[in-house]
Design a protein around this ligand. Structure first.
Ligand code: HEM
Length: 245
């Protein structure tokens, strides 16, 4: 006869201890999501450095590419370090690493948000994009910087749940660059093309990512009924915070 395990209860090994959790699927999915804009960014940097034109040249960047270069380099660090940083097991077991990587991540994130705002204000709009995207970029670029500052100040006062929540929101806003590849494609296929439709599809990328972020934050909140395993809680902000250095 097979015994049924109640929902939410951890699987047990023969020794009686909880089965080890697989920690790679989430970072792997996040890296996969960021792979599209990061590949485009790498090709753009190669092109700006005088290499082959694998993607069409964009004259807007030719005269002053600095903000774009900072944006792409910052985004690569932010996307990749951030994916690893969100693994609960690493948060629990490697606190010094988590702290150091967190500082790198905060600087990289501010670079991404700052350069995004800079480029929005500096460069002429890309053909096919409209005023709505212009406003959305200003709003979400500022929001991303704000979330990073709030996340940093939260951990300085040892408020781990608030730190975690703001950092997840900031990461979700940044990673919308990957989600937008899908919302753009699906939006174009379903609703057709056009300036406003394309801007709305990009906006949907941010809204979707923030909705997932809020779900993740609430799912692991202390006292949540949505089922966090006891062993996970230590890495999700329920245990006392390590002293900030
Ligand atoms: C980790 C996250 C991000 C990645 C990987 C990323 C990637 C890129 C890449 C590769 C480009 C160059 C596109 C090209 O060559 O035409 C770019 C441009 C740009 N990005 Fe991002 N980005 C990220 C986050 C953001 C965020 C959060 C915003 C705004 C809130 C933003 C705003 C912009 C703007 C304004 C441009 C200039 C291009 C244009 O005017 O169309 N990015 N980004």
């Amino acid at each position: 006869m097979t015994s049924r395990r109640p929902a939410g209860q951890p699987a047990r090994q023969r020794t009686g201890s909880p089965a080890p959790q697989r920690s790679w699927p989430v970072p792997a999915a996040l890296v996969a999501l960021s792979a599209i804009p990061l590949t485009a960014g790498t090709l753009r940097l190669v092109q700006l450095a005088g290499g082959p034109e694998v993607i069409p040249a964009d004259g807007r960047y030719a005269t002053f590419p600095l903000p774009l270069v900072l944006h792409i380099v910052g985004a690569a660090v932010y996307a990749l370090v951030g994916a690893v940083q969100l693994v609960p097991r690493l948060q629990r077991g490697h606190r010094t690493w988590h702290r150091r990587a967190g500082r790198v991540l905060t600087v990289a994130g501010l670079l991404v948000a700052g350069s995004a705002l800079w480029m929005t204000l500096l460069y002429a709009p890309k053909p096919g994009t409209g005023e709505l995207l212009y406003v959305l970029r200003l709003v979400f670029g500022s929001a991303m910087a704000g979330c990073l500052v709030l996340g940093f100040t939260a951990i300085r006062r040892r408020d781990v749940p608030a730190h975690r929540a703001w950092m997840i929101r900031a990461y979700a806003i940044g990673l919308a660059a990957g989600t937008q590849a899908f919302t753009d494609g699906i939006g174009g296929a379903v609703f057709g093309t056009g300036e406003l439709r394309s801007d709305l599809a990009k906006g949907a990328g941010w809204v979707l990512n923030l909705a997932v972020a809020e779900w993740v934050i609430r799912r692991s909140a202390p006292g949540s009924r949505l089922g966090v395993r006891a062993g996970d809680r230590a890495g999700r902000g329920v245990t006392p915070a390590p002293a900030p250095s």
